[in-house]
Each structure stands twice: as C-alpha cells, then as structure tokens.
Design a protein around this ligand. Structure first.
Ligand code: ADP
Length: 176
C-alpha cells in the first residue's frame, strides 16, 4: 500500500463522541431513532435536536447512509449508516462495504475533509472484528486514492482488543 495514502488513515482507541472532526459516523439501526452502544452514546452527547432531525429523515436501509448536523458534539456532522446483522453469509461483507462507501461518498459530496468511524456492526450486530477491519481499511484506502479532497479517515476502537486488531492489520499492510 502507498505510504502517502496510508498516512491519511489513522487508528485511535477511545470514545468517538469526543472527536473534533467534520463528521463522526454512527452505527445506527434502520429506524434512526437511537439505540444502545455507540448510537446511544452519540445521541446522548449530541442532545435531543439530533433525534428530532433523525425523525425527519425517516429511516435508512441497511448499507445506506444519511447525514445530519452534529449539534452539541464537537463534530460538525453525524453520518448515520446501518450495518448488517452478522449472518455469516456473503451478503454481509457487501452490505458492510456499502456502509463505508456510502458514508465516505456523503462526506465528499458535503465537502468534508475529516471523518471518524466506529467498528460498524462489530458490537451487538456480531460482525467479527478481523473481517470487518479488512473491509474498512481496504475500502477506505481505495476511496482515498480516488478522492484527494478527503484528508483524514480515523478508525476509533472502543476496546483495546479491537484496537489491537486494527494495529496488527496496519502493520501487515504498511511498507517497511
Ligand atoms: P452495532 O449494532 O452496529 O454492532 P454497536 O454500537 O453495538 O453497533 O457496536 C459497534 C462498535 O462501537 C463496537 O465495537 C463498540 O465497542 C463500539 N462503541 C461503543 N461505544 C462507542 C463509543 N462511544 N466510541 C467508539 N466506539 C464505540
């Protein structure tokens, strides 16, 4: 993988709601009305206006993405995407790829330069982190090659274990 493109990808461990970026991505559900995990944390930090705007958006099919403002978050926007519930079937990886692709497209279409992703589908939805990590990083790398206006993609892992998976994958792809 190319060093300059890889330099635009960052991995962090922590709480995505604290990041000062153009957009944080929410691992939402199809109703877009909040929930547990990262979705709940984002809604709590953004305040009730986020729920109001989500209500007006009116839902989002699996694999697609929708953009709202960030309200009380430091992030200017929230991009809501709905990951697949892991079933072990080939369609899972296609849907997860679409989540990353459609979120990144929305960012570029809205002239955003920095975006942060949680591990979509890797909590309650049960997607194995090792497989999801490859999809996230490979898709983002290809997207960055074709979209130079995007300056930074951050992958934020809540748990040290998930962070270690990302770190190991990065080591294996980086030129020595
Ligand atoms: P899904 O339903 O898509 O699986 P979850 O919210 O259950 O979504 O989990 C997605 C990932 O987000 C998990 O890896 C979980 O550890 C992580 N997560 C939960 N809270 C936060 C947070 N505040 N910041 C970043 N990641 C988080």
């Amino acid at each position: 993988m190319d060093k300059d493109i890889l330099g635009k990808i960052e991995i962090q461990q922590g709480d995505i709601t604290q990041l000062d970026v153009d957009a944080i991505v929410n691992a939402a559900n199809t109703k877009l009305l909040g929930g547990g995990g990262v979705d709940g944390a984002i809604h709590r930090a953004a305040g009730s206006k986020l729920l109001e705007e989500c209500r007006a958006v009116g839902g989002c099919p699996t694999g697609e993405a929708r953009i709202t403002k960030g309200y009380n978050l430091r992030a200017r926007h929230v991009i809501h995407t709905v990951g697949p519930v892991y079933s072990g079937k080939p369609k899972d990886s296609q849907l997860l790829t679409n989540c990353y692709l459609n979120s990144l497209k929305l960012a570029v279409d809205n002239n955003l330069a920095t975006i942060a992703f949680p591990a979509i589908s890797c909590g309650v939805y049960g997607y194995p982190i090792e497989d999801a990590c490859k999809i996230a990083v490979d898709m983002s790398y290809e997207f960055l090659k074709r979209n130079p206006s995007l300056k930074k993609i951050i992958f934020v892992q809540f748990s040290p274990k998930d962070y270690a998976v990302y770190e190991a994958y990065f080591k294996s792809t980086s030129p020595s």
